[in-house]
Design a binder for this molecule. Structure first.
Ligand SMILES: C[S@@+](CC[C@H](N)C(=O)[O-])C[C@H]1O[C@@H](n2cnc3c(N)ncnc32)[C@H](O)[C@@H]1O
Length: 273
């Protein structure tokens, strides 16, 4: 009997990560990040942050959860792999008079000692790492026993989840890389954080824009994933992607001419045992 060898192509995760880093550095995510501020505030309340706690924000962007923790008198370290976004976060922290430490860092390889934080946060950040297991292990490693990890992750059926699925129809993601939207399911969180206590209620964030067109122009210009997707398509595909996105908004918009669109996410609190 002939034994057929099955060779499975493993994705080059380092290459995927390098491309993703370029994507997040494109446009200007800070413009979007400021609209998500409530998510960081809500997560810090869910964690019932204690003033003076050592808090790490991972994949912090322009400082959504960073500012929320600093406003609660915590000692905050804010990290991301896009330096320009940390510069925006630094300017915001300085404007409010917070003494935050900023570190350029890969979420999959955090440059911090074991058990060095009471709380580790990531709002819509760590969910985008290509090596999910490694990223989760890093969050656990730097958090002390009894400490908490707080995450905000878009769910697969959310508006943002639908956008990622729509874009994947135009530009298929690299084969073998797990969907970031898995982080928006309790099942996957239990797999990624085995042995730890996971609570992950569903929340909604309302995207509020002057009109669907205002949303489209903003996301096309500033949000890396949509910015890069449009840039990679020819003119006719750009037109259909824009129409598809506006169609998606139409389905869920409850703001009539303006856009008020709820997008679901998991607000996870994971207690390290
Ligand atoms: C959608 S933004 C969220 C930013 C911010 N946490 C917020 O709530 O607005 C995703 C962020 O994750 C960062 N990011 C993605 N993968 C990363 C990685 N492997 N290491 C560090 N940062 C990463 C990006 O640079 C970007 O700032």
């Amino acid at each position: 009997m002939q034994v057929q060898s099955i060779t499975q192509t493993q994705p080059d995760l380092a290459a995927v990560k390098a491309r993703q880093q370029q994507t997040w550095a494109s446009g200007d995510y800070a413009v979007i990040g400021t609209t998500l501020q409530l998510v960081g505030e809500s997560l810090c309340e869910a964690l019932d942050l204690r003033p003076g706690s050592a808090v790490l924000d991972v994949a912090a962007g322009n400082g959504n959860a960073t500012l929320a923790a600093a406003r609660r008198a915590c000692d905050v370290v804010s990290s991301d792999y896009v330096p320009a976004l940390l510069d925006s976060a630094r300017a915001r922290a300085r404007a409010e008079g917070h003494d935050v430490r900023f570190e350029q860092a890969d979420a999959e390889n955090l440059p911090f000692p074991d058990a060095s934080f009471d709380v580790v946060l990531s709002t819509f950040g760590v969910m985008f790492t290509p090596n999910q297991e490694q990223a989760a292990a890093e969050l656990v490693r730097v958090c002390r026993k009894g400490g908490r990890i707080g995450l905000a992750n878009w769910t697969p059926d959310s508006f943002i989840g639908d956008i990622f699925k729509l874009i994947a129809g135009y530009l298929p993601p690299p084969a073998g890389v797990k969907s970031p939207l898995l982080w928006g399911t309790e099942k996957r969180l239990r797999e990624l954080f085995p042995g730890h206590q996971v609570e992950a209620p569903r929340r909604q964030h309302n995207f509020r824009f002057r009109s669907p067109r205002h949303w489209l122009d903003t996301f096309r210009t500033y949000y890396g994933p949509t910015h890069k997707a449009f840039a990679a398509l020819d003119a006719s595909k750009q037109k259909t992607l824009a129409e598809d996105l506006l169609g998606l908004i139409d389905k869920h918009n409850r703001g009539n001419e303006a856009m008020v669109l709820p997008s679901e996410y998991l607000e996870a609190v994971i207690t390290i045992r």
